[in-house]
Design a protein around this ligand. Structure first.
Ligand SMILES: Nc1ncnc2c1ncn2[C@@H]1O[C@H](COP(=O)(O)OP(=O)(O)OP(=O)(O)O)[C@@H](O)[C@H]1O
Ligand SMILES: [Mg+2]
Length: 485
C-alpha cells in the first residue's frame, strides 16, 4: 500500500517518514558512532586478531600522544608497551581470542617515551561467528597513582606538625574559640579565621580539621602569600603539560589534592581579584578545570581560610569580592591578640619553656615572679609566636647561664609598626605597597639582612620567614644588600 508507515524503523535509513534530523544521523552513521566514541572519557582501541590497530578514539590518541595515522595498522603491544611486557601481552591476546574478557593494569609507553599507568578492559568481538579481535577501553590511572602517593606523603608530613597539640590558655577569649571549634568542626561550613600575625590561626585551622569527619583525609595548606600572581590558577586547579611556558608535566592542583578533606587557604587576602571569581565557582558548584584543559572536574572540599586583613574593609575598596568573603566566612572565628588576653601569657610561656627545655635536653628553668610580671606587661605585637621565640631564646641562653628574658632584644619588634589589620591600610593600593616596602626595608636594616631567627627581620615584623621571603621577592628587594647595613 502506498504511503503505509512501516511499524519498525529500519536502521538502513531509507525511511522518508523519519524526522529529517534523525534520518541524516543514520545516513552519516559512521560519523555518528565516531563522535560518540570520541566523546568518551576513556580511551577506546579496536584491534584485529594479530593485535593490529584498526581504530583509536580521541581519548586514546590523547593518552598515547600518537595520531590515528601513526597507530593504525601497527601491532598494538609493540607500539604501546615496553618490550619487557611483550611476551605477557602476546599471551594475553591469545587468551582473549579464545573468547574471554579481561581486566589488567599496565604501564603504557607514550609517544614521548614516558610511561603512564593505564587500566585496560578488553572484550573480544566476533565477525562471522569467529573471534576476530578485541575492543579495549583504556583508563589513565596515573593521576590516581600519584594522588595516592601525594596524599600519603601529605598525611605523613602533616602528622608531624599536627601534633602541635591543644590551644593553651585559660582566657575567656580562648574558651570562646574552643567552643566555636567544637561547634563548627563536625559541619561542612567554610570557616574564616581572622587575627593578627602569630595569634594561632593555623593552630585553630588544624584543630578544626582534626575534629571534623574529614580527619582521615588530608588537610592541604596553601600559602596564598607565597604564590606568584601568574601561578595561582595552576596552584589551585592544576594544569596540563604544555599549557604555559614551564608547564613541563601535568600537575595536580591543591583542590584535587584536598578532595574529600580540607583545604586551608592561609593568607587568603592575597588571592588576586582575577582568581577570586574562579574560587567562588568551585565553592558554589564544586567544579573547575585544570589550566589548559576543557574537562570539568568535580571536588568535595571543605575550606578553612585565614587572614590578618580586614576582608570586609578590603571588599569595600574593591580589593576583595564581597560575595567571596561571605562564602568563605560562613562561620567566622576571630582570635583576639595576646595583649587582650593577658591571662594566657604565663601559661603559654610555661608551656613553651617546658617544650624548649625538653628539646634541648636540659632541666626546665624556673619562671620567676619577676619574669611573669615582665611578660605580662609586654605588648606582644608578634603575639604567641613572638612569645614562643622569646622563651626559646631565653632557654637556649639559660643552658650556659641564668635564665633571663631578653625582651630588650625584642623591643625592635615592639618599635616596628606591624602591618596588621588594626592599623587601617591607606586607601590606595600603591600607597599600601609603598608602605609595606618601607617596612620591609626598615626591618631588614635592623636585622642586618638576616631573615631567620629571633633577631631576623621576619621576627621583627612578626611574620614567617617564608612569608617575608615572598614579600621581598614581590617588591624586588634583595636581602644581600642589607647584610652590612
Ligand atoms: N593558644 C595556643 N596554645 C599553644 N600554642 C599556640 C597557641 N597559639 C599559638 N600558638 C603557637 O604559636 C605559633 C604561631 O601560631 P600560628 O602559626 O597558628 O599563628 P598564625 O596566626 O597562623 O600566624 P601568622 O598570621 O603569622 O601566619 C605556633 O607555633 C603555634 O603553635
Ligand atoms: Mg599562619
Amino acid at each position: 500500500m502506498m504511503g503505509a508507515v512501516p511499524r519498525k524503523p529500519s536502521i538502513a535509513g531509507a525511511d522518508t517518514h523519519r524526522p529529517a534530523s534523525l534520518a541524516s544521523l543514520y545516513s552519516q552513521r559512521e560519523d555518528f558512532y565516531r563522535s560518540i566514541l570520541d566523546s568518551l572519557a576513556e580511551g577506546v582501541i579496536i584491534t584485529d586478531g594479530d593485535d593490529r590497530i584498526l581504530y583509536v578514539n580521541a581519548r586514546m590518541r590523547e593518552i598515547s600522544g600518537y595520531s590515528a595515522a601513526e597507530l593504525i595498522g601497527r601491532i598494538g603491544y609493540e607500539v604501546l608497551s615496553h618490550e619487557k611486557n611483550w611476551r605477557k601481552m602476546k599471551r594475553r591476546i591469545r587468551e582473549r581470542l579464545t573468547g574471554s574478557a579481561e581486566n589488567y593494569e599496565i604501564e603504557m609507553l607514550r609517544k614521548d617515551g614516558i610511561s603512564t599507568w593505564v587500566r585496560v578492559s578488553a572484550v573480544p568481538y566476533r565477525l562471522d561467528a569467529k573471534v576476530a579481535g578485541s575492543v579495549g577501553t583504556v583508563t589513565c590511572i596515573d593521576r590516581q597513582k600519584t594522588l595516592e602517593r601525594e596524599n600519603e606523603y601529605l598525611r605523613d608530613e602533616l602528622g608531624v606538625t599536627a601534633g602541635t597539640g591543644d590551644l593553651i590558655g585559660p582566657s575567656a577569649g580562648l574558651a570562646r574559640i574552643r567552643k566555636q571549634i567544637g561547634m563548627v568542626a563536625p559541619t561542612n561550613a567554610n570557616v574564616l579565621i581572622t587575627g593578627e600575625s602569630g595569634t594561632g590561626k593555623e593552630l585553630v585551622a588544624r584543630a578544626i580539621h582534626e575534629m571534623s569527619p574529614r580527619r582521615a583525609r588530608p588537610l592541604v595548606r596553601v600559602n596564598c602569600a607565597a604564590i606568584p600572581k601568574e601561578l595561582f590558577e595552576s596552584e589551585f586547579f592544576g594544569h596540563v603539560r604544555g599549557s604555559f611556558t614551564g608547564a613541563i608535566k601535568d600537575r595536580t592542583g591543591r583542590f584535587e589534592l584536598a578532595n574529600g578533606g580540607t583545604l586551608f587557604l592561609d593568607e587568603v587576602g592575597e588571592i588576586p581579584l582575577e582568581l577570586q571569581g574562579k574560587l567562588l565557582r568551585v565553592i558554589q558548584e564544586g567544579t573547575f578545570e585544570r589550566v589548559g584543559e576543557d574537562r570539568t572536574r568535580t571536588v568535595d572540599v571543605r575550606l578553612i581560610s585565614a587572614t590578618n586583613r580586614d576582608l570586609e574593609q578590603e571588599s569595600g575598596s574593591g580589593r576583595f569580592r564581597l560575595d567571596l568573603y561571605y562564602r568563605l566566612g560562613v562561620f567566622p572565628i576571630t582570635i583576639p591578640p595576646l595583649r587582650e588576653r593577658r591571662e594566657d601569657i604565663v601559661p603559654l610561656a610555661t608551656h613553651f619553656l617546658a617544650m624548649a627545655a625538653r628539646k634541648l635536653n636540659i632541666p626546665t628553668p624556673a619562671l620567676l615572679k619577676s619574669h611573669s610580671g615582665e611578660l605580662e606587661r609586654y605588648p606582644w605585637p608578634g603575639n604567641v609566636r613572638e612569645l614562643q621565640n622569646v622563651i626559646e631564646r631565653a632557654t637556649i641562653l639559660a643552658a650556659q647561664g641564668p635564665f633571663s628574658l631578653h625582651l630588650g632584644a625584642a623591643p625592635k619588634a615592639a618599635a616596628a609598626p606591624i602591618p596588621t589589620f588594626h592599623t587601617a591600610p591607606p586607601a590606595a593600593l600603591s600607597e599600601w605597597k609603598q608602605q609595606e616596602k618601607e617596612l620591609l626595608v626598615a626591618a631588614l636594616k635592623q636585622a642586618r639582612g638576616k631573615i631567620y631567627g629571633a633577631n631576623g627581620a621576619a621576627a621583627i615584623l612578626g611574620i614567617k620567614p617564608t612569608t617575608l621571603a615572598s614579600k621581598l621577592e614581590r617588591h624586588g628587594l634583595a636581602r644581600e644588600s642589607f647584610l652590612n647595613g
